[in-house]
Design a binder for this molecule. Structure first.
Ligand SMILES: [Zn+2]
Length: 338
């Protein structure tokens, strides 16, 4: 049967339409619609840490055509997840690295898959520097590895990029980061600091807890400020009245007591995310500051001031319950000041 002219045109148009549908589906595969291009990443370091970008997007050294970042990081720098996800790849069996292409395949790395189908890669980790396993669920800010200089790398640094797969190839995408100066697209030779309040999952990796109470509200005679400093082996209590030391006692504690304090810190919902402006123009009042540390590096800092019936600061959670656990089982002679 012969087609008339109109039928032929309709047929040709249909074929073009079907072809264009196919082209559209290839395009949409290249740029999946569910990718969250406005996602705000955490800098991949510990809260409060600062790092310089040594090579940025499309860098001439090794980032041609890539949205990749190289952060300066000394060997052994703790690397924290920039975004939550599932561990997809870990490799940390390599020892060597250097500025030669022959080292390209020897870079230790971690890849984390995100909920929108993108992946984040963290490269050049230390030998045995991957602290997570394939399949682990990772929260944002979680410690995942230690940086190094393995693979194709001429200085100790962390290479970071985010990509999706298109026809089996990795396509990198630009990323936004939360910094102490707001949300930024990072530039080469600029330094950026990870804000302390961006810590969304409080680290269980702590070896020292400090609880400070500052008093400025009562008459001098009764004024008391005190501190509890707890480590894995010791508890130290100090108290002063306007700087005059009233008490400074250190006692040995058991591992169980330490674990109780650590668990209480985690279970009392103590967080530093509630960011309220500082208490300007209020004199007197009391304040509570809680800090935690690992290897002499602060990894939590929260403070709250009570003044004129208002509480301001970034510390939230049940601090009273936390203090009661610290005091539990401690001889009152240690902390009584009369
Ligand atoms: Zn790089």
């Amino acid at each position: 049967m012969l087609l008339n002219k109109i039928e032929l045109i309709v047929l040709v148009k249909s074929i073009f339409f079907l072809l264009s549908l196919n082209a559209f589906s290839i395009l949409s595969q290249r740029s999946p619609q569910n990718i969250d291009t406005n996602y705000v990443f955490d800098l991949p370091f510990a809260p409060g840490e600062k790092s310089m970008v040594m090579q940025g997007y499309n860098g001439s050294y090794s980032h041609q055509g890539q949205f990749a970042l190289d952060f300066k990081a000394k060997k052994g720098t703790p690397i924290h997840a920039a975004r939550e996800g599932l561990v997809y790849i870990t490799e940390s069996s390599h020892v060597k690295g250097g500025p030669k292409k022959k080292f390209l395949r020897l870079g230790n790395h971690i890849v984390i898959k995100h909920s929108d189908g993108t992946f984040a890669a963290y490269w050049h980790l230390l030998y045995k520097g991957a602290l997570v396993k394939v399949g682990d669920t990772i929260s944002k800010g979680q410690l995942i590895g230690l940086s190094g200089n393995t693979g194709y790398s001429s200085w100790a640094h962390l290479h970071f990029d985010v990509y999706y797969y298109s026809e089996g190839k990795q396509v990198t995408i630009p990323t936004l980061f939360k910094t102490t100066h707001g949300i930024k697209k990072l530039k080469v030779y600029h330094s950026y600091r990870k804000p302390i309040e961006s810590q969304s999952a409080i680290s269980k990796n702590i070896d020292k807890i400090e609880y400070h109470f500052q008093d400025a509200s009562v008459p001098p005679l009764h004024h008391r400020s005190y501190s509890w400093i707890i480590t894995e082996t010791q508890l130290r209590f100090t108290a002063n009245s306007y700087g005059t030391i009233l008490k400074d006692t250190t006692i040995a504690i058991s591992t169980i007591k330490w674990e109780q304090c650590k668990t209480a810190f985690l279970n009392c919902g103590i967080k530093n995310q509630k960011n309220i402006e500082t208490n300007q123009g209020c004199t007197g009042g009391t304040s509570i500051t809680i800090q935690t540390w690992l290897n002499e590096k602060e990894n939590f800092f929260g403070t709250a001031n009570k003044c004129g019936g208002k509480t301001v600061g970034n510390l939230s959670g049940n601090t009273e319950k936390f203090l009661s656990v610290i005091k539990e089982g401690v001889d009152p002679l240690v902390y009584q000041t009369n």
